[in-house]
Design a protein around this ligand. Structure first.
Ligand code: HBI
Ligand code: FE
Length: 291
């Protein structure tokens, strides 16, 4: 999150709400080919790893990997399912703009796609992360309501000076969340599902902690934006996430003001532990140690 982002104005080619036309017909064959490569890599990993609502969403939206989806066609299907729409934006948008879109059931998605020599490195969310990663879950009615509730809560968190706490909730759910199912843990977080390495690491590596989701606990846990996660939080159900988020966050924010952050690798006495991670990946230096 850019601390100055609240002050900036939209780029000249964007509307006041930071949206732009997707200009689907302007994508080059090379750009479509990047989508196809990413799609094929990720979809091979999804069976037995992605949660059912995600897989159903991918089917329902007909995101079959022929190329970068045309938002207009995708929105017709998405809108009929949950009333959500995807709008194109140039890149990261200011927090207040982001929250306003979510509160109105619009998901801002990057329009550009990463370069073929940077398949695993992203500075800003591109169309593959935003559409492949995020949009399938928006076909689930419960998750769709959660995202809207999150957007509504965003402005309040900003005015109360607790945006850093609310942003952690987004991080550890929408981006890096795991779901408990009778078949085992499954991915629903877009940051995981759009990443080759993390789709395997999040579920199968002995390094990270995997802990039961608790709202306040999550909001006390810092996150890392530059590497594979040290901790994942496991939801018992998507309904639990929605229910927790529909409560009044005022008292929670007052409690958080008096509670210290929890170190990222810590396991607390009250935590429900799915995996006590070795933290081997993080303590060996993570990304920095790799050549
Ligand atoms: N902009 N395009 C875009 N995508 C995001 O995920 C995003 C953003 N602006 C702000 C923002 N996220 C944060 O407010 C949330 O992650 C909390
Ligand atoms: Fe994202």
């Amino acid at each position: 999150m850019n601390p100055e982002s609240g002050a900036s104005a939209p780029p000249l080619n964007a509307r006041a709400d930071w949206t732009v036309d997707q200009r689907w017909s302007a994508y080059t064959p090379q750009e479509h080919a990047v989508w196809v490569r990413l799609y094929e890599r990720q979809s091979a990993l999804l069976p037995g790893r992605a949660c059912e609502p995600f897989l159903r969403g991918l089917e329902a939206l007909d995101l079959h990997g022929q190329g970068i989806p045309d938002f207009a066609a995708m929105n017709a299907k998405l809108g009929a399912l949950t009333g959500w729409q995807v709008v194109a934006v140039p890149g990261l948008v200011p927090d207040a703009v982001f929250f306003d879109h979510l509160a109105n059931r619009r998901f801002p998605a990057g329009r550009f796609i990463r370069k073929p020599d940077q398949l695993d490195y992203l500075e800003e969310p591109d169309v593959f992360h935003d559409v492949f990663g995020h949009v399938p879950m928006l076909t689930d009615p419960v998750f769709a309501d959660y995202m809207q509730a999150y957007g509504r809560g965003g402005m309040r968190a900003m005015s109360l000076g607790r945006l850093h706490n609310l942003a952690r909730l987004y991080w550890y759910t929408v981006e890096f969340g795991l779901l408990e199912t009778p078949q085992g843990l499954r991915i629903y977080g877009a940051g995981i599902i759009s990443s080759l390495k993390e789709s395997v690491f999040s579920l199968e590596d002995p390094s990270p902690n995997r802990l039961g989701f608790e709202l306040v606990r999550v909001m006390r846990t810092p996150n890392r934006i530059d590497d594979l996660q040290q901790v994942y939080f496991v939801l018992p159900s998507l309904q639990r996430l929605l229910d927790d988020t529909l409560q009044d966050f005022g008292p929670i924010y007052r409690r958080l003001a008096d509670l210290p952050d929890i170190p990222i690798e810590a396991i607390e006495p009250d935590d429900r532990v799915f995996t006590r991670g070795t933290q081997a990946y993080a303590t060996s230096g993570g990304r920095l140690a790799r050549t």
